[in-house]
Design a protein around this ligand. Structure first.
Ligand code: NAD
Length: 255
């Protein structure tokens, strides 16, 4: 299917869907200046995930994590892009019921999406690994940046503070996971945008949706393992493709 044919079919499927859900990954935020993991030049080309983003490596040497974490500071100043805004518009139009995201950057909410399920936690908060207290991320940033406290420690118990994001080797938040599976089982269209679909259990959601009879629509720059099962695959940047889809869906809805 060529690009034009793919876009036409994708817009038709979206406009006739009655319960569409999106699943997004780091790719929707690269155009906001936040590097993804697996693209060329992504973070995995600089850091070995087994040394950097596992819970055991964090616990072994939190200081190393915090020294490398400067790479992630762009997350705090990033702004949503046209792709995030397009998904918020699809929700506003009553087509998209929720966005399930693997991202921790909060940009879907900043763009106006209301129903966002964060599978991998978020960077708005930090959590004490000893007493479990959750505080705003500013508490951690102040200790780290202004006071040079590495690793930053909990005011209540002296335990190590960690951003409230899920590292490899950690359990995903149960409530978010349950909600994501419920949405994937219920939707009649799953729109995957900007994800390599290489990370579990997020990548269990597309096969589940397909098995339950939903259309799978994939918008990604590179191939994914689920392309063969998709009703439509559109290759391209989410910041360009998603707004164009919204424009076409609006036109179809008018007729
Ligand atoms: P990934 O890095 O594995 O895959 C990103 C995919 O997006 C790639 O296939 C790439 O080709 C594609 N892509 C990149 N830019 C794109 C664009 N502008 N338009 C369309 N496609 C684009 O990311 P993933 O699947 O989300 O899984 C990796 C993990 O990365 C997740 O667990 C997530 O928590 C974490 N992560 C999050 C952020 C963030 O919050 N912004 C940033 C980096 C990593």
């Amino acid at each position: 299917m060529g690009w034009e044919e793919g876009m036409r079919r994708a817009a038709e499927l979206l406009s006739s869907s009655s319960y569409a859900v999106a699943l997004t990954g780091a790719g929707v935020s690269t155009e906001s200046g936040i590097p993804d993991f697996r693209s060329p030049g992504g973070l995995w080309s600089k850091y070995d995930p087994s040394e950097f983003a596992t819970l055991s490596s964090f616990l072994k040497d939190p200081s190393r994590f915090y020294r490398a974490a400067s790479e992630f500071l762009s997350v705090f100043t990033a702004e949503p892009n046209e792709g995030h805004r397009a998904l918020a518009q699809l929700e506003e139009m009553g087509i998209l019921k929720a966005v399930i995201t693997q991202n921790i950057d909060g940009l879907h909410q900043a763009a106006g999406s209301r129903e966002v399920v964060e599978l991998h936690g978020n960077l708005r908060e930090c959590k004490c690994l000893s007493c479990g207290r959750i505080s705003p991320i500013e508490v951690l940033v102040t200790k780290l940046v202004q006071e040079g406290e590495i690793p930053p420690l909990c005011d209540a118990c002296g335990g190590i503070l960690k951003p409230n994001v899920i590292f490899f080797g950690e359990q995903l938040p149960r409530e978010a996971l349950e909600r994501a599976f419920e949405l994937a089982g219920r939707c009649d269209l799953l729109l995957v945008a900007g994800s390599s679909l290489a990370v579990s259990p997020a990548n269990f959601l597309p096969p589940m949706a397909v098995e339950k009879g939903a259309h799978l629509l994939i918008v990604n720059e590179e191939i994914t393992p689920m392309d063969a099962f998709a009703s439509v695959v559109v290759r391209g940047k989410t910041g360009r493709v998603l707004p164009e889809l919204v424009r076409r869906v609006r036109a179809l809805k008018k007729n």
